[in-house]
Design a protein around this ligand. Structure first.
Ligand SMILES: NC(=O)c1ccc[n+]([C@@H]2O[C@H](COP(=O)([O-])OP(=O)(O)OC[C@H]3O[C@@H](n4cnc5c(N)ncnc54)[C@H](OP(=O)(O)O)[C@@H]3O)[C@@H](O)[C@H]2O)c1
Length: 221
């Protein structure tokens, strides 16, 4: 049984946890307020889920879904995540996260900054382009003609293979957009961001590998 750790168990973290438990994974959830505040979600998810501190979730996970606001990455303990594959769901929104000059000047991508903050970890960017509501509904079994694809970006081929297998298990195909330096192609405002999956608040639209690749190919900055 593979255990997935979660740092951040809100809209996206909680949705990925639901999909993971449904696919047979165990999950260890954490947030900023402590394990007691996650009792409701743990009860909903059943025996495959437990709540813990962020350090315990990081230690327990074969890999760790990091799903907190980008600005909260600065609070993370790099030591606790050393040696871990970290699935970075984050997007940079300056109105929420504060002004980061390297991002405005296109010097780095937000996930390169996350990788710099976690030098002992292997970061793969994933789940950042789809709203939590569409993520909750668009999963399909392998081979389904309406299967949706999600983008991944990262610098380590083995890590991306692990993330691709996780996506497959929870009901999604993967489109690899390259290293973290290329992940600007799937950041907010780009054609592959949110729009391929439909309108926010409305039922989602399946978007397969070809549709995602076409959207990524239109990226500009
Ligand atoms: N919402 C979406 O549809 C969506 C889609 C794609 C990507 N994203 C991105 O994914 C990330 C998470 O978004 P979200 O919508 O899931 O946010 P959210 O619903 O506000 O959940 C954030 C989670 O992070 C936890 N958290 C915050 N600061 C923390 C810290 N310092 N240490 C540990 N846990 C901390 C929160 O815990 P507490 O509740 O205890 O504070 C909460 O569990 C963001 O970067 C967002 O841009 C969101």
């Amino acid at each position: 049984m593979t255990t997935v750790g979660f740092i951040g168990s809100g809209h996206i973290g909680g949705t990925v946890a639901r999909l993971a438990v449904a696919a047979g994974y165990d999950v260890v959830l954490s947030n900023s307020r402590g394990p007691a505040s996650l009792a409701g979600l743990v009860a909903e998810l059943g025996p495959g889920a437990r709540a813990a501190t962020t350090a315990e979730a990081a230690a327990a996970g074969e890999f760790v879904v990091l799903s907190v606001p980008f600005k909260a990455h600065a609070d993370l303990s790099a030591a606790e995540l050393t040696g871990k594959l970290v699935l970075d769901t984050s997007n940079y929104y300056p109105q929420r996260d504060g002004h980061v000059a390297e991002l405005h000047e296109d010097v780095l991508t937000s996930s390169e900054i996350t990788q710099r903050q976690l030098p002992g970890s292997t970061v793969v960017k994933v789940f950042n382009t789809i709203t939590f509501m569409h993520l909750a509904e668009l999963h399909r079994p392998a081979g389904d003609p309406d299967r949706t694809a999600l983008t991944i970006a990262g610098d380590d081929a083995d890590a991306k293979q692990t993330v691709t297998a996780f996506l497959d298990a929870i009901g999604y195909d993967a489109v690899d957009v390259g290293p973290l330096a290329q992940s600007w192609r799937v950041e907010p405002g780009q054609p592959a961001y949110a729009a391929p999956f439909g309108v926010y608040g409305k039922p989602g639209t399946p978007a397969g590998v070809d549709a995602l690749m076409a959207a990524v190919a239109q990226a500009k900055r």
